[in-house]
Design a protein around this ligand. Structure first.
Ligand SMILES: C[S@@+](CC[C@H](N)C(=O)[O-])C[C@H]1O[C@@H](n2cnc3c(N)ncnc32)[C@H](O)[C@@H]1O
Length: 233
């Protein structure tokens, strides 16, 4: 199978850039780290490296061999090679024992697999979180101009060069409802549906996104929001 992300990850100016996802980064800055983290669909590793720098031992999982090579290159450069492991595997086949990861990140990968597979993976992810575990998820929504449903399908905004890999655009509130379902055993710290312009790869283009930051129900980390509201100095 050819890798649709090979070329975006092969560029010197690698796709998705160096900056980690904003809410994940805000959480790591405030709450800190340590323990085991899993980055599902890690790509070239912007979130994996932020997790390793925060002190986590990170397993970065992706189908793109070129992406995982870039993860390791970046880990060496950031001085965290000893805390980053990569595995070229389908996210649907990743072992997720109960109570095994302190952080699970899935930045735009639940939307790269079918709705049925996404639901199964979601359940396995939520079961794999530890008692103090944190979950960060981002998905494309039907607001995205690559979507086959309105409003995105009617948008004239430019579409991402990698939109062909997205097969499962999320509906309004869908990710929030998954997080609030009692069976997920999560407490939502932050949820947002938004538009965003992406300048990190190919011609500039628009995205519709849903973004979730949640912790295991019963966990109360020192989270002051994004941006942080009156944190203690
Ligand atoms: C939009 S990119 C996001 C990369 C990274 N999370 C980031 O935000 O920088 C989606 C990634 O998911 C990976 N991916 C898509 N389907 C996958 C699957 N079934 N198993 C593993 N990785 C997958 C792709 O190879 C790609 O690297």
């Amino acid at each position: 199978m050819t890798d649709p992300f090979y070329e975006p990850y092969d560029r010197e100016d690698v796709a998705y850039g160096e900056e980690p996802s904003a809410s994940l980064s805000a959480y790591l800055d405030q709450v800190g780290g340590g323990g085991k983290a899993l980055d599902l669909g890690a790509g070239a590793g912007r979130d994996s490296i932020a997790l390793a720098l925060a002190g986590y031992h990170v397993l970065s999982v992706d189908l793109s061999n070129r992406g995982l090579e870039r993860v390791l290159q970046r880990a060496v450069r950031a001085g965290v090679r000893d805390r980053v492991e990569t595995h070229e595997i389908d996210v649907r086949d990743v072992e997720l024992p109960a109570d095994s990861f302190d952080v699970i990140v899935a930045t735009t990968v639940l939307d790269h697999i079918s709705p049925e597979d996404s639901a199964v993976l979601w359940r396995r992810m939520t079961e794999a979180l530890t008692a103090n575990g944190m979950l960060y998820v981002q998905v494309h929504t039907i607001e995205d101009p690559g979507s086959d449903q309105p409003p995105g399908v009617f948008s004239e905004a430019p579409v991402s060069e990698t939109a062909g890999a997205v097969v499962n655009y999320f509906s309004p509130n869908q990710l929030a409802m998954m997080a609030c379902d009692p069976s997920s055993r999560l407490r939502v710290l932050r949820y947002e549906e938004r538009l965003e312009w992406d300048y990190t790869h190919g011609p500039e283009h628009l995205h519709g996104k849903a973004v979730l930051l949640a912790v295991r129900m019963g966990a109360f980390p020192a989270w002051y929001g994004e941006p942080a509201a009156f944190p203690r100095r």
